[in-house]
Design a protein around this ligand. Sequence first.
Ligand SMILES: *Cc1c(COP(=O)(O)O)cnc(C)c1O
Length: 360
Amino acid sequence: MSRVYNFSAGPSMLPEEVLKTAAEQMLDYNGSGMSVMEMSHRSKVFEEIIQTAEADLRELLNIPDNYKVLFLQGGASSVFAMIPLNLMTKNKKADYVITGQWSKKAFSEAQKYGNARKVASSEDKVFNYIPDLDKSMFDPEADYVHITGNNTIYGTRYTTLPDTGDVPLVADLSSCILSEPIDVTKYGMIYFGAQKNVGPAGVTIVVIREDLLGEPMDITPTMFNLSIHAKNDSLYNTPPCYAIYVCGLVFKHLKKLGGLEKMKEINERKAKVLYDFLDQSKMFHGTVVPKDRSLMNVPFVTDSEELNAKFIKEAAAAGFVNLKGHRTVGGMRASIYNAMPEEGVKALVAFMKKFEEENR
Ligand SMILES: *Cc1c(COP(=O)(O)O)cnc(C)c1O
């Protein structure tokens, strides 16, 4: 068996320890005589799996008691609709900051259900920065302000959160959650699909302050009604049981590693190896303004399409896979989520150095 260094933007690498545990427990979970895939979501044994996963996530993110944790399906893309349906209900207005394809999609979903306003955008420079945001730019009457915390495609992230006053901040943290500590109390709601930094595709996690769980719009499909999921502790219908179980293994793994402070330290060190190389290279260049650089997704280019293609091909042959950039940016993108080992990034940089020397 040989495993490659997988720089996929998502689904992406999982910790090897987690995959091994899942493999060991595949046929018989904890003496139950069955796989987690085969058990009732209403059984005692699964109840313990989902409750432990929630407790561990709460511990890792330091989630206060007045926030609900929901394990849902449909990806972050479904949450784009859940947000207006559930939250755009008082003044029927919401503010959106547009920093990439995902915030655009969240915004256009909200426009279907109410008065969604674009507050600022970085589209003028192919989303290579985070716009400056001042409190005066936000409507104090908005039901919420939406941001995308880390922009998976463009490789930018918020290093400070906007001051929205009393208006709840809602954030898509799909590609940065668990990469460093966050202050959950600064948000009304955060959400993330699992497949970037948490676990397998199929489960989407919403963390929402209880007072925001009101009456959604009448047209809200039951499965998009966050209050119903909250009342039923994520068991209104069959949840994505196996995906939740693997997320639980990842939470345990992170706790063992030393929690999110430790994870942040590792991620900063890892990203620095790559950014330091890009900053001195004569062939490869980062595409993002340095102050807004993501710790998780690192897009870069050479000055030639041919060279980009040659690099991607030779890198794949050498065991560095999924480095092709998103079609809207071109070039390359290395996604270096939690589970990418430091050796993987160091090995990639060594390969890039060698490629630069050989193709000068
Ligand atoms: C991947 C991603 C999404 C889309 O997630 P799905 O689970 O495919 O719906 C949304 N937002 C961000 C920031 C992402 O990285």
